[in-house]
Write a protein that binds this ligand. Structure first.
Ligand SMILES: Cc1cc2nc3c(=O)[nH]c(=O)nc-3n(C[C@H](O)[C@H](O)[C@H](O)COP(=O)(O)OP(=O)(O)OC[C@H]3O[C@@H](n4cnc5c(N)ncnc54)[C@H](O)[C@@H]3O)c2cc1C
Length: 464
């Protein structure tokens, strides 16, 4: 006989979206079950954000030890001990995983480890057990995607999941896809000494970012010896014992030790009982409204499972929003343009708001400023190059510029600065508001201040 247990909310999937929903719902006094087939923390903690950033940090140390002489410090770079890099990466993940499990337990959320399936609009089954609830939240996330006819073998043709477990530095790698994941692996493998080529079908790396950011990244990658083929269509791959040969449309071929397929991630929704219970899917994504409600009144969906930006912090925000809605709080839809985006390569690329192409498409009259990092003391100390680009509505009748519509940063460590950028965008600030605020010197945050000073008509460290 099946055991039945009742909750206020049952959440299927314990990644960023699912566990954020669980924590907030419990805080609001709800009885919550969180069903996870693997480890709470999901892709972000175990196969995504955290392990990649640990590798990128190790990569930065490799570069610094190679380049230390330019700062007058003599060191020698003796190589990369990949098993020990993985041990460091694993220790970071384990520590955060332990912390997360104890946070979840401290909120009295019941974690159920097992594979779940939607049984009805108010029940999820895990083996013989049935978990009933007034509300169900689907948060089963996403998994790596491939292209038709491109078979992944986990050895020569691999996904980011395999790449994160690789206990050696490949001598050479082809990366299919110049989006965030592809660019981050290109950056870190190059720092570790690999010969890297990115194949991207769009005309720029990071196709969702502003063209000027992509150009600066491409220039920096060229200097670092990272090759890329833009506007290039993948045609086929041949495996051999010692490597792969990738053919592109037009006849060009590339050879390398392995091929990393980073062409995006697709939703995990097949075979989980979603459609049978009235949840609509579109290309596998659960269809929701702006408050993450599905067509079934008792079911919501959050995170990578829905067609919103595939970012951990988007999952957190959607999970929290759903918990608050179910608890009867007053909530607002998320403005997805106001979500900060970061690519943690060297150099980093960070942005919030609209790109120049997007404002042009909407026919908005704007003014723009590009402030080079060469004018910023801290960036020169760090020996990093790049820029801060700010786009604001053009003022009317001789008034200064209006609302800031987009902030785009490129350079070492600039990812941390976009937190200020999101306040500017989301609080509808104008350059004149920012021009009054004092940024600490010498910090990289001054590039945000300087760009807004220039837009407000009073540039400081800026060439006329
Ligand atoms: C290499 C890489 C790097 C990334 N870097 C960043 C970054 O720097 N910053 C950022 O914001 N985002 C990053 N992301 C994206 C981020 O990881 C995802 O957006 C985020 O994890 C989505 O959260 P989620 O809860 O929707 O899904 P997931 O984290 O995928 O969680 C879904 C969970 O559901 C579980 N599940 C699935 N089916 C079932 C079932 N039937 N029963 C029980 N449990 C089930 C899975 O085991 C999983 O734990 C990265 C992703 C990758 C792959």
């Amino acid at each position: 006989m099946a055991e039945r247990t009742s909750y206020d909310i049952v959440i299927l999937g314990g990644g960023s979206g699912g566990y954020a929903c669980a924590l907030r719902a419990a805080e609001l006094g709800k009885r919550v079950a969180l069903i996870e087939q693997d480890k709470v923390g999901g892709t972000c903690l175990h196969r995504g954000c955290i392990p990649t950033k640990a590798l990128l940090h190790a990569a930065e140390i490799a570069d610094q030890s190679r380049e230390s002489a330019k700062f007058g410090i003599n060191t020698s770079f003796d190589g990369v001990d990949m098993p020990n890099v993985l041990a460091y990466q694993g220790s970071v993940v384990d520590r955060l995983w332990k912390g997360l499990q104890s946070t979840i337990a401290s909120r009295k959320v019941d974690t159920v480890i097992g594979s779940g399936r939607l049984l009805s609009p108010t029940a999820v089954g895990v083996g013989e057990e049935v978990y009933e609830a007034d509300h169900i939240v689907l948060a089963t996330g996403s998994e790596p995607r491939s292209l038709p006819g491109l078979e992944l073998d986990g050895q020569r043709v691999i996904t980011s999941d395999d790449a994160l477990r690789l206990d050696r530095v490949p001598e050479s790698a082809i990366i299919l896809g110049g989006g965030v994941i592809g660019v981050e692996f290109a950056s870190l493998w190059r720092s570790f000494g690999a010969d890297v080529t990115i194949v991207e079908m769009m005309p720029q790396l990071l196709p969702l970012e502003d063209e000027s950011s992509a150009k600066l990244l491409q220039r920096a990658f060229r200097r670092r010896g990272i090759r890329f083929e833009l506007g290039a269509m993948f045609e086929s791959v041949k495996h051999a014992d010692d490597g792969v040969t990738v053919a592109l449309a037009g006849g060009k071929t590339l050879n390398a030790e392995l091929l990393l397929v980073a062409v995006g991630r697709g939703p995990t929704s097949a075979g989980l009982g979603y459609e049978e219970n009235g949840v609509a899917l579109d290309h596998g994504y659960v269809v929701v409204d702006e408050l993450c409600r599905t067509a079934v009144p008792t079911i919501s969906a959050v995170g990578d499972l829905i067609a919103t930006p595939q970012l951990a912090h988007v999952g957190f925000a959607e999970g929290i929003m759903v918990a608050e809605r179910v608890a009867g709080l007053d909530i607002k839809p998320i403005d997805y343009h106001g979500v900060p985006r970061i690519t943690y390569s060297d150099p980093e690329v960070a942005s919030v708001g609209l790109t120049s192409a997007q404002v042009a498409e909407r026919g908005i009259q704007v003014v723009e400023v590009n402030y080079p990092l060469g004018g910023n003391g801290r960036s020169v100390i760090l020996q990093t190059q790049g820029e801060a680009k700010v786009i604001a509505e053009a003022g009317s009748d001789g008034s200064g510029p209006g609302r800031v519509l987009g902030i785009h940063l490129v350079g070492g460590r600039v990812g941390e600065l976009i937190a200020e950028g999101q306040l500017i965008y989301n609080w509808d600030a104008e350059p004149a508001d920012l021009a009054q605020l004092i940024h600490p010197h010498p910090t990289q945050s001054e590039i945000i201040g300087e760009a807004h000073l220039a837009l407000a008509g009073k540039p400081l460290h800026f060439h006329a």
